[in-house]
Design a protein. Structure first.
Length: 131
């Protein structure tokens, strides 16, 4: 037997800079958990609009697209604990072959080494075959 889960899907228009309406919707919903499913910069603005005080008692989570240094520093500075989940390993701490290939190519092309770009590299490597 499974318990049902109510979900509130909060959207916003492209180029939105004021997330007060979305923050109010989330506050009124009184969630136990909040999934951050947009870009790091947008999530920072949503967190500012909600305030860390509101978020301290919530379960917070997001995907590998949030595993960038600036966002991690932002949530640490706010004192928030956000569970970040990735289906691929951290490219900075693994020595698997595809990570080594990615790091070599990224360094050669002056590209930041992070989980977002590594995920993209993995996905594209599924479609690209060297002759």
């Amino acid at each position: 037997e499974f318990n049902s889960v109510d979900i509130l899907d909060v959207s916003y228009e492209r180029n939105t800079t004021d997330f007060k309406r979305q923050a109010d919707m989330i506050r009124d919903y009184k969630p136990d958990a909040i999934a951050f499913a947009t870009t790091p910069a947008t999530n920072e603005e949503i967190i500012r609009a909600l305030t860390p005080e509101f978020l301290f008692s919530k379960i917070l989570y997001g995907g590998s697209w949030l595993m960038v240094e600036k966002f991690i520093k932002f949530i640490e500075d706010k004192g928030l604990d956000v569970n970040l989940v990735s289906l691929s390993p951290n490219p900075l701490s693994t020595d698997i072959q595809i990570a080594q290939q990615f790091k070599e190519l990224a360094e050669k092309n002056n590209v930041t080494i992070n989980s977002i770009y590594f995920d993209g590299y993995i996905y594209m490597s599924l479609f690209y075959v060297k002759n």
